[in-house]
Each structure stands twice: as structure tokens, then as C-alpha cells.
Design a protein around this ligand. Structure first.
Ligand SMILES: [Zn+2]
Length: 326
């Protein structure tokens, strides 16, 4: 097949994760969501678990398979020799409900983790598999709407203020002052569920009441905690990810602003739409707020326990590629 110097239509894959919205991605790429499924992500790339298709003579051909069969004419020999695949993955995300607290490994750690899980015989699609490939997953996102996310630990003074101001966290302050951030995070991430429920019950109740009384805004952790519990019959089995909502920076990215997440920066998307470019990887170590597999020891191993001040950068022109309203 002669591919060179031709342009083909690329058809991405929609991922129907439960946290996704229903309308943004269908209207962006032009289909009707007749089954009313959540459309969380639209992947454009050649990741083996959801490769895009190239439309050749009106027939879909897997980009992943095409690259493996004919790398010279698709990604070039040079790129293939260095990466062995298309080295990046582009996604559109529509975040309706908060995503999991997560960290991505470095390239070296991803290779180690992948090889160890292969050696242990864990099937690649097993729910408890951490490493789906040998890649790191540095992510750069550009907001397509007002976009909210959790990004890295708060700086020392700000975190200390949280532990002082939120009365339920007061008991954690001596540990933090004595042993630092990692010990604090380890402690809350390893707490027994019944202790978490006992510690956070009143906090959740208070935040729900404050949100109902319009006393909270999205730059406050309580707003997101209340959103998690709104409409629920009872407050129990409280997710340990809630600690992260208070301990991490809450970032608002305006339309067109970019945020970069490197290896080890703990983060979670809260709400909004964005476009994300990353290495061709699905390696995610999760620490809460998800029905998916959570592996706290693995998360702890790869997390950077340093307070940061988030950076948002670039204002770019993007409006031309958004669906027009009306
Ligand atoms: Zn991520």
C-alpha cells in the first residue's frame, strides 16, 4: 500500500468512562449520542488499547497496526527506531464528575513496573494491572472551557494553614510538623476506613450545608467535597481521596491556558473540557475517588512530596476548532 504524501481521515475512539459528560464530545466530532452514554475521552493516536483508524478507501484500518506494518511510510524509520511506535497520544476530555487522584511514573519506573508485572504473569487487561505499557505519561493540557483541577501539593505554609483551619485536621498538625509531607500523606492514605468515616463525617456534613447555603466557591475544597456527596442518601465509606482535595492546589485554567503535569506530580481533573497531549501511555497509579484499581504503596513510591506553586501558561488561539453554538 502506497501511503506516502497522502492525507487520510483519522477516526478516533470515544471512551465511555462514567465520569464523562454527554454532549461535548458528540457535538465536537459530529455524532448523535443516541444511547446517552457518558463520552469522557476522545483518543486520537495509536495506543494498542484504543487505536484510531485511518479511513482508506472508506474502510477503517488500525493506525497501530499500520505503523507496525509500515513504519517507514507512517512515522518514519527514525521515529520508529527511537520509540518503536507513535510516541504521543492526543485526547479531548469532557470532565463532568471528578477523576481519580493520580500520579504517573517516570520512564525508567514504567519500564521496571511493566517488566515486573509481565514477569508476575498479570494479564495486560487485568483490573489490578498498574502498568499497561513501558511509557511515562507526561501530560500537557489546554483548557477548552473554564477548567478546574487538583495539581501538586500545596506549599508548606498553605498546607499548614489548612491543617489549622479545618478542625478535623488539627490532630494531623503535629505529625506534619514533626515528620513532613510524606509522613502526613502516608498516614491518611493508610488510615482504616472506619477511622476515615469517623474523622470526616462532620466535615462532609458541614461542607454540604455550606454549599447549600451558597457559602462556597469552586476555589475552595469544600465545594468539591460537597459535589461528591450531593444527592447521596447517607455519608459513609468516605473516600480517602478527600484529603487530597484539601492538601493539593486547586487550579482554575481559563480557556486557552495550559497546565503541564510531569512524572510524580499528583493531580486530578475536577470539571470542564480540555485537550491533552501525552506520551503514548495509559500508566496511571491511583489513590482514590475512583471505582478503578487503587494501589496506595505504588502511588506513594512515585509521588513527588514537594509543595508547588502551579504554573498556567500560554494564551493560544483555539476558538476556530470549537463547535459553534446556535
Ligand atoms: Zn493524569
Amino acid at each position: 500500500m502506497e501511503l506516502k504524501d497522502k492525507i487520510y481521515k483519522l477516526k478516533g475512539k470515544v471512551q465511555n468512562y462514567a465520569w464523562g459528560g454527554y454532549d461535548f464530545i458528540p457535538s465536537l466530532i459530529g455524532f448523535t449520542n443516541t444511547e446517552h452514554k457518558p463520552c469522557a475521552e476522545y483518543w486520537m493516536g495509536a495506543h494498542p488499547s484504543a487505536s484510531s483508524d485511518l479511513m482508506i478507501d472508506n474502510r477503517p484500518v488500525s493506525l497501530n497496526r499500520l505503523i507496525l506494518r509500515n513504519h517507514a511510510e507512517t512515522i518514519t524509520d527514525k521515529v520508529f527506531q527511537q520509540f518503536g511506535e507513535l510516541p504521543y497520544l492526543l485526547k479531548i476530555l469532557d470532565v463532568k464528575d471528578m477523576l481519580s487522584i493520580q500520579v504517573h511514573p517516570s520512564k525508567a519506573e514504567a519500564i521496571k513496573g511493566f517488566d515486573a508485572e509481565e514477569a508476575a504473569g498479570i494479564p495486560i487487561n487485568a483490573p489490578h494491572r498498574n502498568y499497561k505499557d513501558k511509557n511515562h505519561k507526561p501530560e500537557v493540557m489546554v483548557a477548552l472551557s473554564e477548567f478546574w483541577l487538583l495539581h501538586g501539593f500545596k506549599q508548606e505554609a498553605a498546607l499548614e494553614r489548612v491543617l489549622e483551619d479545618v478542625q478535623e485536621f488539627n490532630i494531623l498538625l503535629p505529625l506534619y510538623k514533626r515528620e513532613g509531607l510524606k509522613a502526613l500523606y502516608q498516614f491518611v492514605m493508610e488510615m482504616k476506613q472506619e477511622d476515615i468515616d469517623a474523622l470526616l463525617f462532620n466535615l462532609v456534613k458541614r461542607e454540604l450545608r455550606r454549599k447549600e447555603n451558597n457559602e462556597l466557591t469552586k476555589d475552595q475544597p469544600g465545594w468539591w467535597v460537597a459535589k461528591l456527596f450531593e444527592g447521596k442518601d447517607e455519608i459513609k465509606n468516605i473516600d480517602r481521596g478527600i484529603f487530597s482535595i484539601y492538601f493539593f492546589n486547586i487550579v482554575k485554567a481559563e480557556k486557552g491556558e495550559a497546565v503541564f503535569q510531569g512524572a510524580g506530580i499528583p493531580h486530578a481533573y475536577l470539571e470542564g473540557q480540555n485537550v491533552e497531549l501525552m506520551a503514548n501511555s495509559d500508566n496511571v497509579l491511583r489513590g482514590g475517588l475512583t471505582p478503578k484499581h487503587i494501589d496506595v504503596p505504588e502511588l506513594m513510591k512515585h509521588t513527588s512530596f514537594v509543595g508547588i506553586t502551579p504554573v498556567r501558561c500560554y494564551q493560544i488561539e483555539y476558538t476556530d476548532c470549537l463547535p459553534q453554538s446556535g
